[in-house]
Write a protein that binds this ligand. Sequence first.
Ligand code: GLC
Length: 585
Amino acid sequence: MTARDWWKSAVVYQVYPRSFADSNGDGVGDLGGIIERLDYLERLGVDVLWLSPVYRSPMADNGYDISDYEDVDPLFGSLAQLDELIAELHARGMKLVMDLVVNHTSSAHAWFAESRSSTDNPKRDWYWWRRPRPGFEPGTPGAEPTNWGSAFSGPAWTYDPTTGEYYLHLFAPEQPDLNWENPEVRQAVYAMMNRWLDRGVDGFRMDVVCLLSKVLVDGPDGRPQLPDGRLERDPLGAGVVDTSRYGDTTPLVVNGPRIHEFIQEMHREVFADRPPGVLTVGETPATTIEQARLYTDPARAELDMVFQFEHVDLDSGPQGKWDIVPMTMLDLKHSLNRWQEGLAAAGWNSLYLGNHDQPRCVSRFGSDDPAHRQQSAKALATVLHLHRGTPYVYQGDELGLPNAGFTRLDQLRDVESLNYYAAAVASGRSPEDTMGALSRKGRDNARLPMPWDASATGGFTSGSPWIEVHPLAGEINAAAQVDDPASVYAHYRRLIALRHDEPVVAHGSFRMLLVDDPQVYAFVREYDGVRLLVVANLSSDPGVVADLSEVAYDDAELLIGSVQDATPGPADPLAPWESRVFRLA
Ligand code: GLC
């Protein structure tokens, strides 16, 4: 029988299907491509594949706008291929976690077509429809029901002339928010989830799940109203809303009043009566440690783990995500340590430095200088994978892939980036400055085709790829790394194997050492009499010495070192970005 918390000793690999592997030459990755590459994942040793959305979708947000939850988009393949993927994974002892996007649907979903058709349609209340603001001409600026901004620029409301009302979309206009206050919506979602589990999937990654419950106040017309937001950035907010023009939705939609009630209900309706072992991970931007504990304390029967955002918001300035401020290693260390301590007694965290929404971790937290790129990719992975929590590997990070180095807008495809560029330049930010910010933090950095080999398209497609191939694909690719024991890929393999082999990695306590050291990242894990010591130099300085006098040991066995063929001791000087894992006796 599967242990209830098997995912503590598991590693999850995220596939962004559009960019992973193309089997039919149309330039877009697909399920056939994933199936062909499963040996690569098995060899890496990962336990779970998290598949970003492959459902039917008009692709306004690359599949995070779903028009049919029950079918696969023809661009990605067919339901039969999804069944084949599930079978192939299970045959390898691996599991499949599907992306569950239920804060919103696509505006092309049949539910929304019904909902928008008339004010008395039975599904009208499945979405958030509101009248224009009194005193304004409907459809003109200022007539939006509230002052909310969308995470993808512009207002969070779009006017629909069919019925003369607005609908809410916290993301793009093509992504109308579902109204979770309506019990029929919730039941429809649970039924859909149950069908996927019956089909054989092993869990769900729940997209922006903390946004499902919105704050409501009594309105003058008797209908519950969504209140205006403040024109200043909430300290917790990711700063995705332009608060110079729009109210920040963070305090009004993140972890709203009924969120835990909804998640507990979902647990009862979908998971409670099944054998243990379904993995649930919630994506929870702008969420505090206290909230994360509520979501993931097993006693509360909500979620297994969450993706918190504190560390990926550290480089966001007062104006938000695109106002990029310097971030130090100490900032990162203090933040991750707070989360380790905060979830030590109850709760569980996901460990990640990158995904399809974030720039490449080696460029952001490490060094993409060719002299340090490999070692810094290994160091970041070592530190992350040895924390308490479940590690997530985003496709390409196991090769040490850096950012794309975009210099032109025509290189970008992402709705968030393109909308931001238009809005920012229109309101006076220089095109160069705007492009510079997009180059550093734009989501397309992580969405370039996976480089499989050194050929022209990186072995991703036989056709013309939907977005350019990584400029370094000739040098950084899977073929060059899988058999090289000194590669980043080989290092990831060792880290993943260590989690499988040593219970202390999954279950041990965590104690940070040298908390205020600006270069050394060191900690001790302990479980059942076994102690691991992790020491890394997270800087490009050579000869860094870690003062480990606060740790007592007679003997230290090097389990994983990042410098090939070297067997240093804990106190030996560290090369730039060198990392080591020891077993202490
Ligand atoms: C999540 C997804 C992101 C998407 C957004 C709207 O943050 O990870 O890719 O754009 O939700 O669905």
